[in-house]
Unconditional design. Structure first.
Length: 438
């Protein structure tokens, strides 16, 4: 077995990734080439141990510094029945953003009380479903939603969090900023007072606390600290003004994952250390009771655990310009490069230890010029039939997948201790046609 340091890129692959005796990339003790043969490509494979370790890392690093911290997984990063079950086994809560995610979680047996519902444009039906099922919290995003909720709740008492937009820049891609002032998410500062007054005055609402979410893929903890400053100062102000007691504070998700060898995010421990230090210091200074804390990681829990396997097809070399290596997937299963300019690493799964020789572009098979998986990467000489493994494919790929070009969305496999289990079969023509009348 090759040591990790002989193949630097293995560092961004799942924790159990290694080169096996056959010289192939193995994950969770399973040979990825054998999996590609059995299930076909594109195939999404997940290292179950990696996901569980990340769940535990969040739980441990936060609770050892701040007992009772609730870790609430954000399933929009990766939604699957097997994932809901895993998350429940690990004792995490869920932070859903739609009625669909809520219904999917409930249908997978997830406890309603441990589900919290965020989202900027919830419908009446979505709120009704949440109330009927008795979920943990509605994270109220805006004034119209607040007023609608008060009407819908009737004589029920509903636990809510108010989502404040603290107006802080997380220094991530434009599309990954949610807590800047110019954002569709959260109550703008100008609405904070009205929201608090309205919510506190409503007999059928219990304002359990406050919520913010600054963005996604953060490599710095400063934006969390600045947001804490804003929100805690406000909590102290409304404590004085209305005697409001903040029982729970959610600081959202956004913890950055490692996608490339060189860009290494701070470990969870560093985020936890800095956040808890600021939270406790400010609460002391402001004479606030320390609230119960909730965090909502999505990306960081699954990003590195997931690898996408593709078969290399046409290779087009345009002398002096570029070499396009097209694979049998693309934007239909992973739209992150065109959408966010995301950068991911890859290995040739059937010879991961081979020397890199040529810079190429990994393109997909969809009819869009922007259908690119990796803009530029140095890889060994490739030939049709090679299996390309793209790391960092666990978050925001499968849930954003589409049937563009009538593609069948890929199968998904979980691996652990040398065993692979299919957690979602590949789509078929039946899946594509069954909603259309003859
Ligand atoms: C998307 C989202 C998260 C998760 O963000 P990650 O970057 O995946 O950790 C958490 N909370 C809310 C409200 C979200 O919308």
């Amino acid at each position: 077995m090759a040591a990790k340091n002989s193949i630097p890129r293995l560092a961004v692959f799942p924790q159990t990734a290694e080169v096996n005796k056959k010289g192939n990339l193995a994950i969770g003790g399973c040979d990825t080439i054998a999996l590609a043969e059995e299930y076909g490509t594109p195939l999404y494979v997940f290292d179950e141990a990696d996901i569980r370790n990340r769940c535990r890392e969040f739980k441990e690093e936060f609770t050892k510094r701040y007992p009772g911290t609730i870790v609430s997984y954000s399933p929009k990063a990766f939604t699957a029945r097997a994932m809901f079950k895993l998350v429940a086994e690990e004792g995490l809560d869920l932070d859903v953003v739609s009625g669909g995610e809520l219904a999917f979680a409930l249908a997978s047996g997830f406890a309603a009380k441990k589900i919290h519902f965020a989202g900027n444009n919830k419908s009446g039906e979505e709120l009704e479903l949440a109330l009927r099922e008795g979920i943990g919290h509605i994270v109220v995003d805006n004034l119209p939603e607040l007023n609608m909720l008060i009407k819908i709740a009737g004589r029920k008492k509903v636990d809510i969090l108010l989502r404040l937009n603290p107006g802080i820049d997380p220094h991530t891609h434009q599309y990954n900023k949610t807590g800047i002032a110019d954002s569709k998410f959260g109550l703008p500062k100008a609405d904070w007072d009205e929201a608090v007054q309205t919510a506190l005055a409503a007999d059928n609402l219990n304002v359990d606390g406050l919520h913010f979410h600054v963005g996604s893929g953060l490599f710095e903890y400063e934006p969390y600290l600045k947001s804490l400053d804003e929100v805690l100062a406000y909590a102290a102000a409304i404590r004085q003004k209305y005697g409001f007691r903040m029982n729970l504070l959610s600081i959202g998700g956004g913890f950055g994952a490692q996608y490339t060898v060189d860009a290494v995010p701070p470990p969870v421990a560093s985020f936890a250390g800095a956040i808890i230090e600021r939270l406790t210091t400010r609460c002391r200074e402001l004479k606030l009771e320390t609230p119960k804390l909730m965090i909502e990681p999505g990306r960081k829990i699954v990003a590195q655990a997931g690898v996408a396997l593709y078969t290399v097809g046409v290779i087009k070399n345009i002398p002096g310009i570029r070499t396009y290596v097209s694979v049998d997937g693309g934007m239909g299963d992973n739209i992150r490069q065109p959408m966010y300019g995301a950068v991911q690493e890859a290995l040739v799964a059937n010879r991961p230890a081979a020397k890199d020789t040529r810079t190429v572009t990994i393109s997909g098979k969809y009819c869009e010029a922007g259908d690119v998986l990796i803009k530029e990467i140095k890889l060994p000489e490739l030939k049709a039939g090679d299996i390309l493994a793209i790391a960092g494919s666990g978050a925001y790929c499968v849930p954003m997948s589409s049937n563009y070009n009538a593609a069948f969305r890929p199968a998904i496999v979980f691996m652990k201790d040398g065993r692979a289990r299919l957690i979602r079969r590949r789509e078929t023509l039946e899946d594509l046609t069954r909603r259309d009348p003859d």
